[in-house]
Design a protein around this ligand. Structure first.
Ligand code: XLS
Ligand code: NI
Ligand code: NI
Length: 445
């Protein structure tokens, strides 16, 4: 990564970069497991992990919650001229990306530039921010993992964007996404994400569900067509979430996403951006969502965070649960990785974590936990005990009539003959506790 050369520093007390000191270090401003330069299988850890910082949380998060206003006040926010603030904030952001050693970043259009009084004015602000981002990317070597459009904050989108009952709002959202794809392409973004924050309904009483699904599909087809027209080669991603802010969101989870994309013949163009906290909100585990997307070759990227077991909403916390992450990593590695995706920390510091240091502690923890999980998952797969046990569990489908079932070469009549001839199937233990002990051994040894 190239060094950035600006005189002003926003994080004077933080070393550039945060050092890797190994598992025995007791320094809190150091990595213990993530050594970006460590080479594994011919690739650096930085290339394996493809960590990304989420602009909206780390640089726009002010600690608001439904009961109180901002608690977090950053030195680069002067509050006089929104465009000047945007540019200064971006300098601070790129200094942060470098110091924390994240090779990627992600943003919504409205995170990096203010919303203007008209679409034209918003686009003009965005162009200025993008020109600055382009310079900073060039100076630092930091790249854009994905861009997206904020189609949920402004009141015009309160009843959805592509699924809004008013075609005028649909048109406005289309214009905004067109521009967001343009700027993502301009900055060399490797993916473009759609998270359908308000694409859903609050009550069926006022909703034509079928028309809204059709409109959402039409919108995504238009995005795909436009990307083709301008030669944008990035991967399109859908980020499922079952609810919040909307009561029922259409991209509920990976399973409903697959059904939607296949129904509307969009599946060739999309993969999934899976967020841990969204998986659990949908009543799934993180690894379930990964495994399902991978099974359909639609695993695209990860929004790395976690929820709180006691709270029922998207708390977007940094995840340091190595056991959970190891399970996720096993599924990711088995699927061949995330390709052009990465691990984007869609996570925010808690409302009382108001120091600049806290941003570093948060990311260090998240990056270390993921790096450690990556190594543990590799060990589990290389050692092969779990893989072998699972293969053995399904071995009856490798030969004879089991194989014919998988090849669809046998039907009910022939299977009935077999069943009548053979004695009762002998129950075999699922051995869950033994599997759990194998995992525990791998995570804790
Ligand atoms: C919100 C989502 C959002 C997307 C980007 O819950 O996670 O932050 O990642 O629009
Ligand atoms: Ni997300
Ligand atoms: Ni989220």
């Amino acid at each position: 990564m190239k060094k950035k050369t600006t005189t002003r520093t926003w994080f004077p007390k933080i070393k550039n970069p945060i050092p890797y000191e190994g598992p025995d270090s007791d320094h809190l401003m150091a990595f213990r497991h993530y050594d970006p330069e460590e080479v594994i299988d011919g690739k650096t850890m930085s290339e394996h992990m493809r960590f990304s910082v989420a602009y909206w949380h780390t640089f726009r998060g002010a600690g608001l919650d439904p009961f109180g206003g901002p608690t977090i006040c950053r030195p680069w926010e002067k509050g006089k001229d929104p465009m000047a603030d945007a540019l200064r904030r971006m300098d601070a952001a790129f200094e942060f990306f470098q110091k924390i050693r994240a090779p990627f970043w992600c943003f919504h259009d409205r995170d990096i530039a203010p919303e203007g009084r008209s679409l034209r004015e918003s686009n003009r602000y965005l162009d200025r921010a993008v020109a600055h981002a382009k310079d900073l990317q060039k100076a630092t070597g930091i790249k854009l993992l994905w861009g997206t459009a904020n189609l949920f904050s402004h009141p015009r989108y309160m009843c959805g964007a592509a699924t809004n009952p008013d075609a005028h709002v649909f048109a406005y959202a289309a214009a905004q996404v067109k521009k967001a794809i343009d700027v993502t392409a301009e900055l060399g973004g490797e993916n473009y994400t759609f998270w359908g924050g308000r694409e859903g309904y609050e009550t069926l009483l006022n909703t034509n569900l079928k028309r809204e699904f059709d409109h959402l599909a039409a919108f995504l087809h238009m995005a795909v067509d436009y990307a083709r027209d301008i030669g944008f080669k990035g991967q399109f991603l859908i980020e499922p979430k079952p609810k919040e802010p909307t009561k029922h969101q259409y991209d509920f989870d990976v399973a409903s996403g697959i059904a939607f994309l296949k129904t509307y013949k969009l599946d060739r163009h999309f993969k999934f951006n899976i967020e841990t906290n969204h998986a659990t909100l949908a009543g799934h585990t993180f690894e379930h969502e990964i495994e399902l997307a991978a099974a359909h070759r639609m695993l695209g990227s990860i929004d790395a965070n976690t929820g709180d077991a006691l709270l029922g909403w998207d708390t977007d916390q940094f995840n340091t649960d190595v056991r959970e992450l190891t399970l996720a990593m096993v599924s990711i590695l088995r699927a061949g990785g995330v390709g052009s995706g990465g691990f984007n920390f869609d996570a925010k510091v808690r409302r009382p974590s108001i120091d600049l240091d806290d941003l570093f502690h948060a990311h260090i923890g998240g990056m270390d936990a993921y790096a450690l999980a990556f190594k543990k998952a590799r060990k589990i797969l290389a050692e092969g005990t779990l893989e072998q046990l699972v293969a053995d569990r399904y071995a009856s489908y490798d030969t004879d009539y089991g194989k014919q079932i998988e090849k669809k070469k046998i039907g009910f009549k022939a299977l009935e003959e077999i069943a009548l001839k053979k004695s009762q199937p002998k129950p075999r233990s699922g051995k869950q506790e033994m599997y759990e002990n194998i995992l525990m051994r791998s995570v804790h040894d």
